[in-house]
Design a protein around this ligand. Structure first.
Ligand code: WTA
Length: 656
């Protein structure tokens, strides 16, 4: 029996347009053959193409499963590559970041590569002055301000691994991440801006430091200027610290395998895992994928609208684009502040060419309606991207139509914090797109889809996605927990097969369709169904903006789907609509998937990175006590859904 059954067949295809192909950077399919013929040679060539080395590597991959090294005899500095290399190549006056503060009346700042290099050097000198050495961990807990990449690059310059913690995390989460990585310095700011409100970052950092005795120094950037608690002797103001520091700072010579950063996976269960990323392989991988997948030309304006606190921001706001000498947008705040068209206003103003975001935001745009992007001139856009969750085909088509003007390829990119960079995605000048599919492996990558026993599933069937070869950007281990690295990722199918924890299927053309985390599979009458297909069917209904399915226990079938739906603006919840949606799923993908009930909510429970938190929906569907809700963006939402679910399934509301 298939590991996961496949119900949906999406038939629409979007070949690259002649206009797009004519200007595409990669339009010769031989890149795939090159990488396949000589995988190691292909990457060694990329390493020399994308990186300026102090000592050029002669070695490519060394693989002692599950561990690997890449370019291990090479020496480089990542900050030198992102900054000095650009200045030396004549890009000193080119803008590195257009910084857009959240308060709409505050002045924007455009920061050039030369300015960025100077600021990074001053701050790096200051860190060195505090005694921070190569290998020391430095925590960073900030909002989306230019000083966040400056702090990261300063760490990279002196070889001190940074540990960035997303600015929406609590004191407990921050403290635990500082303590477990042994950070000696924490960089934060007085306050951040979010939806017009001030977030007390420094006060939260103070709480966190109580849990992390390793932190000896706290550096505070002045952002809002409000009075904040300040511990004399421990705390230092950023602006005072860099005063008088030189704009020259000798970059540390790092080995390609030295640690560039630690970043905790966005997973919400158990103890957080800190993925350990390197300098040489990582920089090569993120730069090549950035340039090729998003087709970024030298004169383009690029916008990855993620937060730098997540891996997407590390790889595609900071390291990949800067190393490619790309001009990027850095927006501080909320996409709906002061109004839902904030992003489109920014795209129009800076003539953004490529825009990369997550399905969660696309669904929010759909919910609000197309009239908001339609108020703006989005004609500069050439390409769109998505990452973070499977995208429902209907949401993909909406994005393509209303944001991309039916002109821009939409690249759906599959990868994970552990991966460092994109593993599966179209190359937009070559690949015919299919909405809902991440399409094909990046040149050289070799995924496979296996069943429980480790046999490849027949094409068209669902199973567990794995990677059968290492790639330069992959994490090397989990910080100080190699045992967990092995048991989590390299034990199910042995040490040479990376187990990603996602379900996937391949269609007749060999395209990959991601089916979500394998824990989100439900079992209806012995059929293992992935929730994403039921959700995509719901989103294909004109009234639905987003949907999530979870398994409710059922005496007859074992489990049965319970669906949570957010309506598009202009639609109201009703019993009739719920009944219509149940029937709709039944006719779209089959009776077996017809939900037991459809519940309406104003929003779905999401993690702080915007992923639908299916674990909690499962608790609700099962009528169980709600699990840990502290990682939720808005805990109120689950309570409301729980009341509705208990009522609709005729259950006694739990006293929680
Ligand atoms: C999911 C984000 C389907 C997947 C870079 C993965 C996706 C997890 C996609 C990693 C995609 C990411 N299609 N699912 N294009 N991209 N995912 O660590 O379940 O925050 O395992 O890294 O997001 O999330 P993370």
């Amino acid at each position: 029996m298939a590991a996961i059954e496949v119900l949906v067949r999406e038939g629409r295809t979007f070949p690259p347009s002649d206009d797009f192909v004519a200007q595409a950077l990669i339009k010769d399919a031989s890149v795939y053959e090159d990488a396949e013929r000589d995988y190691e040679g292909f990457w060694l060539e990329r390493a020399k193409e994308f990186v300026e080395w102090f000592t050029e590597p002669t070695e490519s991959l060394e693989w002692d499963p599950p561990h690997c090294t890449w370019f291990a005899d090479g020496e480089l500095n990542v900050s030198y590559n992102c900054l000095d290399k650009q200045v030396n190549a004549g890009r000193g006056d080119k803008v590195a970041y257009h910084y857009v503060p959240e308060p709409p009346d505050e002045e924007h700042r455009s920061i050039t590569f030369a300015e960025l290099r100077d600021e990074v050097s001053r701050f790096a000198n200051a860190l060195r002055g505090l005694g921070v050495k190569k290998g020391d961990r430095v925590g960073i807990y900030m909002g989306m301000v230019p000083e966040l990449p400056i702090a990261m690059l300063a760490c990279a310059r002196i070889g001190a691994p940074h540990v960035v913690v997303f600015g929406g995390f609590s004191a407990d989460s921050l403290g635990e991440r500082m303590e477990s990585t042994g950070a000696s310095v924490l960089i934060t700011q007085d306050e951040g801006w979010r939806k017009g409100k001030k977030i007390a970052l420094k006060a939260i950092a103070d709480e966190a430091v109580k849990l992390a005795p390793t932190v000896e120094r706290v550096i505070v950037l002045r952002r809002t200027g409000d009075q904040v608690p300040f511990a004399e002797g421990r705390d230092l103001w950023w602006h005072e610290l860099v005063e008088g520091e030189s704009t020259e700072c000798e970059p540390e010579r790092c080995n390609a395998e030295d640690v560039l950063y630690l970043l905790h996976t966005s997973g919400t269960t158990a103890k957080p895992k800190a993925a350990q990323h390197t300098t040489g392989g990582y920089l090569t991988y993120v730069s090549c994928t950035h340039k090729w997948i998003f087709d970024v030309h030298d004169e383009d304006v690029w916008w990855c609208a993620a937060d730098v606190g997540w891996v997407t921001g590390h790889s595609y706001i900071v390291y990949g684009p800067l190393n490619n000498g790309t001009t990027g947008v850095l927006y501080e705040g909320d996409p709906a502040y002061p109004a839902v068209d904030r992003h489109w206003e920014i795209v129009e103003r800076y003539r953004v060419n490529q825009y990369y975001t997550a399905p969660t935001l696309i669904r929010a745009f759909i919910k609000a309606g197309p009239e908001h992007p339609q108020k703006h001139d989005l004609s500069s856009l050439k390409l769109l991207g998505t990452v973070g969750e499977p995208i429902n085909p209907e949401a993909w088509v909406w994005y393509w139509k209303y944001i991309g003007g039916e002109r821009c390829p939409v690249v759906d990119t599959w990868w994970q914090t552990e991966n460092g960079g994109i593993l599966i995605s179209a190359l937009p000048g070559l690949t015919t797109l299919k909405p809902g599919s991440a399409t094909v492996p990046f040149p050289g990558n070799q995924p496979a889809i296996l069943d429980e026993q480790g046999n490849p599933v027949p094409q068209g069937q669902g199973g567990y996605i794995v990677m059968t070869k290492p790639w330069p950007g992959m994490f090397r281990t989990l910080w100080e927990d190699d045992e967990r690295f092995v048991s989590n990722y390299f034990s199910k199918y042995g040490p040479s097969v990376y187990f990603a924890g996602d379900g996937a299927k391949q269609d007749d053309d060999g395209y990959y369709w991601l089916l979500g985390r394998i824990d989100d599979v439900m079992n209806v009458s012995g059929h293992r169904l992935s929730t994403i297909e039921i959700e995509s069917a719901l989103v294909a209904h004109e009234a639905v903006a987003e949907a999530a399915a979870a398994a409710a226990p059922d005496e007859l079938t074992g489990q049965t789907p319970l669906c949570f739906v957010v309506l598009r603006s202009g639609y109201e919840p009703s019993d009739e609509l719920a009944a219509e949606l149940r029937e709709w799923v039944g006719t779209q993908i089959g009776k077996i998937a017809r939900p037991k009930a459809v519940l309406f909510g104003a929003d779905l429970p999401k993690t702080r990175s915007g992923k639908i938190m299916r674990r909690l929906l499962k608790d609700i569907a099962e009528g169980a006590e709600l699990g840990d809700t502290t990682t939720l963006r808005d805990p109120e939402i689950v309570e409301a859904l729980k009341r509705e679910a208990d009522e609709s399934l005729g259950r006694q509301a739990a006293a929680s």
